[in-house]
Design a protein around this ligand. Sequence first.
Ligand SMILES: [Fe+2]
Ligand SMILES: [Fe+2]
Length: 475
Amino acid sequence: MSGINYSEKIPNNVNLSEDRTLQRALEHWQPNYLSWWQDMGPDGSQNFDVYLRTAVSVDPQGWAQFGHVKMPDYRWGIFLNPAEADRKIHFGDHLGEAAWQDVPGEHRANLRRIIVTQGDTEPASVEQQRHLGLTCPSQYDLRNLFQVNVEEGRHLWAMVYLLHKYFGRDGREEAEALLERRSGQEDNPRILEAFNEKTPDWLSFFMFTYFTDRDGKFQLCALAESAFDPLARTTKFMLTEEAHHMFVGESGVSRVIQRTVDMMNQLKTDDVTKLRAAGVIDLPTIQRYLNFHFSVTIDLFGADQSSNAATFYSSGLKGRYEEGKRTDDHVLKGQTYKVLEVSNGRLHEKEVPMLNALNEVLRDDYITDSKGGVERWNRVIEKAGIPCRLTVPHKAFHRNIGALAGAKVSPDGRVISDAEWNAKVNDWLPTGEDRAYVASLMGRVVEPGKFANWIAPPVMGINRQPVDFDYVRFN
Ligand SMILES: [Fe+2]
Ligand SMILES: [Fe+2]
């Protein structure tokens, strides 16, 4: 079951050839996907040979095979984790019943919506990142960008498979629409706001893969608990790919910081003007980028109180992060959770029914997880003997959804006046000048083993290859 059949047009481990109708439908979608990739995939890269990993089995060990491939020839396919025998639903109103192998009629619309919303983020990020190859800081980084891009493409395949197999004609229409929306396009944008933002430079890319791909991790973890077994199995395999994306982000930001603190020590200064003259990204700018990406990403979890979230949980469509490891009743009726609101010029905690607050529960789990990497970045600064520290802003800072939308809250969690916000926002969020400065550093470095001045080399190469390996052959 875990072996992947690469002899077929669409590699898969779901016995696709036994379902001719489905196979034909997907083979019909495939050329449209490829033309989307030609139009919206990495700019100018069609002919490059890229050292990529491809899944060859879904076993936790050894599923990856590495080799140079042209991205349009990447073997995008359909890979599900093996089925668990007699899997039971382990939360919500159907607790203890057998997991669903098909979509129950009463949950069809909600499940389709969940799958389409997840699926929409996958091609969106490829679109957001499509110009970054032109300004890569090294061949190693270029290869990582392309690896993330092809895997986001495969994640789209994962969702399209579910739409085609389980949702008939509407599913096929949704699968087409996933190739038609465009990140940032006014008349047909991607569904979620953060996926319509630009990823204009590599610092943004690393922040995006650290923070926003981590949102992906949490959404996928919640869906990996689903009563709808095919969704649980496909998201479990996606999670193994997602880990590399977050590694790219965490190690990328870490290397930017390393280079900056080395320069601070070399020049014995924390003066922003001097550091910029030396061509590195000052820590206050890194902090502002962090504030921006963190706040935009935590909006993705949705409104802090949501009846949809309650319905999705109670009906078994979407669980909590690590649902199986929790020791409560997994039904949550009558339980409460604290959410924040602004009243009388202050932030207050308010107890609300937990079922309605499940977006907030997931957001809080996400926040805890994302702090870990920031602490590891701080160790780089600490090791260099520099007293400054990066911080994750308060969760009420710069929010645009739910009860906190539009509230003026400082990064340390004080409700402030419009006047104070306006006076300080340039210290807290990237300014046009910051973005222009970071953009000015983005030149293309592709000589093997060479790195742009603003970023340190990685400690190790990919798949035990040397750092100066030819990760991309430009032909
Ligand atoms: Fe993804
Ligand atoms: Fe990702």
